[in-house]
Design a protein around this ligand. Structure first.
Ligand code: ADP
Length: 603
């Protein structure tokens, strides 16, 4: 089965096989159609011939029957009986002649004659019946035996006729003569002509006794004559390029054979028609079948093409996927390398910052300590004391740096609770009040009237706020960066200098949106560049001078706010300056009456 299916997929093979099959089918159809058509045509001709013969035979019989009884009737007429019984010297009955003439005229016979038993003609109408005719075996013998004589007759003028003879027996005694009637054959022949076919009759000696007009052409045909012979096997003759078949029927009681020649052209025509139809049919079938086969093969080709395309596409997709995964792999590798490089860079940055942060106070401590020793040696205790105080301050600064680092390294999982935001902001402002007044920046704090409580930890939140405020002060202390939206820093501008209309340098605002609380710190500094915006929350990223910042403030703040379940974001304000926004969860949540409050005063 599979093999057959595989073979069916080979277009040339399929087309070849189909063509062979169709040719074989066409040949079979051609043979069947022509044979069948020929048979039918033959049967038709046979039937037509049979019909013609039957009709024409009836014509003969009916034509001759008209004359058959005439001699029988006349033989009983007194005038005739007198004629044969009277002596030869006795004058003829004057009525006889008119009887004979009238009867001949009425019946349409050629001639009527009365012959003696010796065959001598005693009386006649036209004289066509000769002694020889009267004495012919067919007309002379049967009457002497009491039967009706009949015979075809060849007249002296070469024409043919048919004769009937009946015995004349005066007083019912012996055969004394016979009445002979000659029937014309021409009327029969004329009737045959209507059939449109060559029709003719032969007698027992195979001589043509009657024929219609068409048959005249054949009457001298040797082939036909040969065929009429009983021993002949031939059934067809050819004349004028046409073939004819001979059909025969015996006509009783005349003892003739009636023949008709049927033209065989219809057989040839039927054959050609059947051949043409079957060829046309085959051609149509072939065109249709080849068309269908072509469509089918095209469909197969198309399916193959589609399959091939699908496979190609699959392969391309696979290749692309492989290339993509390679590229991804390369990307991941590069990323890993970058991360590694970043880490190293961060580490380098950190160690540079740390070494500077620590080395500077260490160097100072060392020189202060050396000097203190010198002062003590010289007994200048007061100066030594001053140096030791400075040393203590420096170590305190170093401790603060160390604490920052600790905070960064370890994220304490302290509990969160309700924190009064206003209290936290006020506390922070208090703590950096010195720095604020030093910078001369004006500050506005704008809070809703009702208390704003958030989920947080007081100290950590305050640390974040302080970081944002000090960053803002730092930013405003810098000269404005070109191309940034900042409107320039106020510098040492004081409230007095700026006038009442000038907006404050630092705006601290808070508002609540549903369950979220926002705290925004906006400055009038230069804002930040895109590059800074991308990196400012990274640990150890700073744009400040080496001993000014570690670059940990925003990173720590970001993580603290995230620990509270909030977010810390930064943007350049459209009207200039940077704006940092802390978003926190409101506490208590709406519909939560059980408030667990942490007193701000407790800090
Ligand atoms: P540090 O203050 O030690 O530099 P931070 O993490 O607090 O570290 O800040 C990182 C950087 O973010 C700063 O160096 C500065 O470039 C930028 N930055 C922070 N706050 C502001 C601000 N208000 N205006 C402009 N730039 C800011």
């Amino acid at each position: 089965m599979k093999r057959i299916l595989r073979l069916l997929r080979r277009p040339l093979l399929v087309q070849g096989a189909l063509l062979c099959l169709l040719l074989a089918l066409s040949a079979a159809a051609f043979w069947f159609a022509t044979t069948r058509a020929t048979r039918l045509a033959e049967a038709g001709i046979r039937n037509a011939a049979g019909e013609t013969l039957r009709l024409q035979a009836e014509t003969i019989v009916s034509q001759l029957d008209k004359h058959r009884f005439v001699p029988v009737v006349l033989a009983r007429r007194r005038e005739v009986l007198n004629l044969v019984s009277g002596s030869p010297l006795q004058p003829q009955d004057p009525g006889l002649r008119s009887v004979l003439e009238d009867t001949s005229w009425l019946s349409g016979s050629l001639d009527i004659a009365v012959a003696g038993s010796d065959g001598r003609i005693l009386a006649g109408v036209t004289g066509l019946i000769t002694e020889q005719i009267a004495d012919s075996p067919g007309l002379a013998i049967p009457p002497s035996q009491g039967r009706l004589g009949r015979s075809s007759v060849k007249l002296t003028n070469g024409k043919r006729a048919y004769g009937f003879s009946s015995s004349i027996r005066p007083g019912g005694r012996q055969h004394a003569g016979s009445v002979i009637v000659l029937a014309p054959i021409e009327s029969i022949e004329r009737a045959w002509t209507l059939s449109g076919k060559p029709v003719f009759a032969t007698d027992s000696r195979q001589e043509i006794v009657a024929r219609d007009l068409q048959a005249i052409e054949f009457s001298n045909d040797e082939g036909l004559m040969a065929m009429l012979h009983p021993a002949s096997l031939a059934s067809e003759i050819e004349k004028g390029g046409e073939r004819y078949a001979l059909f025969t029927r015996i006509i009783n009681p005349a003892g003739w054979r009636l023949h008709v020649l049927e033209n065989l052209r219809p057989i040839g025509e039927a054959w050609s028609q059947a051949a043409l139809i079957s060829l046309l049919g085959s051609a149509l079938l072939m065109v249709a079948a080849m068309g269908l086969a072509n469509r089918w093969l095209n469909r197969i080709r198309q399916i193959r093409l589609e399959r091939a395309n699908a496979i190609r596409l699959e392969r391309t997709v696979r290749e692309r996927t492989r290339e993509l995964s390679h590229a991804n792999e390369r990307l991941r590798h590069t990323q890993r390398e970058l991360v590694q490089a970043g880490k190293l860079a961060g580490l380098g940055q950190m160690s540079a910052a740390l070494s500077h942060e620590y080395n500077q106070p260490l160097a100072a401590i060392r020189s202060y300590a050396d000097n203190a020793a010198q002062y003590l040696k010289r007994g200048r205790v007061k100066e030594a004391e001053g140096n030791i105080t400075r040393i203590a301050a420096l170590t305190a600064r170093m401790a603060a740096i160390s604490k920052d680092l600790q905070n960064f390294a370890r994220r304490p999982q302290e509990r969160t609770s309700a924190v009064d935001l206003r209290g936290v902001v006020d506390g922070a402002l208090e703590l950096i009040a010195g720095r604020i007044s030093e910078s001369g920046a004006s500050i506005s704090v704008d809070f809703p009237d009702e208390p704003v409580q958030v989920r947080a930890g007081t100290n950590r939140l305050q640390q974040v706020v302080i970081n944002l405020l000090t960053n803002a002060l730092d930013a405003m202390a810098q000269p404005a960066e070109p191309g940034l939206a900042g409107q320039g820093r106020p510098g040492s501008a004081t409230k007095g200098k700026r006038g009442k209309q000038s907006p404050p340098d630092l705006q601290i605002t808070s508002h609540r949106e549903g369950e979220r609380v926002f705290l925004k710190v906006r400055d009038r500094g230069p804002g930040f560049s895109r590059e800074v915006a991308e990196k400012m929350f990274d640990p150890f990223y700073t744009t400040k001078a080496v001993n000014q910042g570690l670059g940990l403030g925003l990173s720590i703040s970001y993580n603290i706010i995230r620990d509270f379940g909030g977010t810390l974001t930064a943007r350049n304000h459209p009207d200039g300056g940077a704006e940092f926004s802390i978003e926190l969860e409101a506490w208590p949540q709406t519909g939560d009456p059980g408030i667990k409050q942490e007193a701000v005063a407790a800090q």
